[in-house]
Design a protein around this ligand. Structure first.
Ligand code: ADE
Length: 253
């Protein structure tokens, strides 16, 4: 997969995009990650990429022409349907399903805004999708682009060690993962659930599913409304509800 990032600050990507899994993906040729410096497409002596907003108000707005030209440059030779995605707090909110959907594309273009925003005509002319990584405002789209790249490439076959591991992540089937443990068997008086030490795989899978459901019930009950739940799952949830009710009866809430 090839991802082109259109940005005024390519150097921000140096650390996160050259370490660990990201680096392995690039090293193995599974990810071709490139950066385009918007300033290289400015036309004046001072390489000006921003200007004051029409109508007044604070902040600076990124100019249309350098961004549009930078995007046109990376799109040369790309299929016409390559997604050109603007990082913006006004976009659709990123999640597991969107990460998986984006991983099916051969190429992506991620456009990072800075300052107060980008002249809206960039959006009108060349942007095909707009993504937010959450309901808060970042100083620029670069961190959002890094989040998206990281989450997307987990879905490319061969990037993660165990094939298909991304399908077992939290959120993959709408519920969170349960707890994990490694050696030692006792830490500061805390043990490891016996079922994990016994080696019965079916039992372990059943336990993991139930603990994942318990986490979801406790931390993100909103996810349960959309999750695909088996009869066993429903049974487990009824048990948690009963446990909660029992606690309420004993402690009065
Ligand atoms: N740029 C600024 N804030 C952002 C957010 N929440 N998501 C994506 N891009 C952004």
């Amino acid at each position: 997969m090839r991802i082109d990032v259109v940005t005024l600050f390519p150097q921000l990507f140096d650390g996160p995009m050259t370490e660990s899994m990201l680096w392995k993906a690039r090293d193995r040729g599974l990810l071709d990650l490139r950066f385009v410096q918007i300033r290289d497409f400015t036309t004046d002596r001072h390489r000006t990429a921003d200007d004051t907003p029409y109508g007044g108000g604070g902040g600076m707005i990124m100019k249309t022409q350098p961004v549009v030209d930078a995007i046109a440059h990376v799109r040369q030779g790309a299929p016409t349907n390559v997604p050109v995605i603007l990082m913006t707090p006004q976009g659709r909110v990123f999640n597991h399903a969107i990460a998986k959907e984006l991983s099916n594309h051969e190429r992506l273009v991620l456009v990072c805004g800075r300052y107060e925003g980008i002249d809206d005509r960039v959006r009108q002319r060349v942007i095909t999708d707009e993504i937010s990584i959450g309901d808060y405002v970042l100083t620029g789209g670069e961190l959002a682009a890094m989040v998206i790249i990281d989450a997307v490439i987990r879905h490319i076959p061969g990037v993660l060690g165990a094939e298909g591991a991304a399908d077992r992540d939290s959120h993959a089937d709408g519920i969170l993962e349960g707890p994990h443990y490694t050696r030692p068997p006792v830490f500061d008086g805390l043990g490891v659930p016996q079922v994990l030490l016994d080696g019965h795989h079916a039992e372990i899978e059943r336990w993991r599913r139930k603990e994942g459901l318990r986490r979801t019930w406790d931390h993100r009950p909103d996810l349960l409304r959309k999750a695909a739940l088996s009869e066993d799952d429903q049974f487990a949830l009824a048990e948690f509800a009963e446990e909660d009710a029992e606690l309420m009866r004993r402690h009065g809430g």
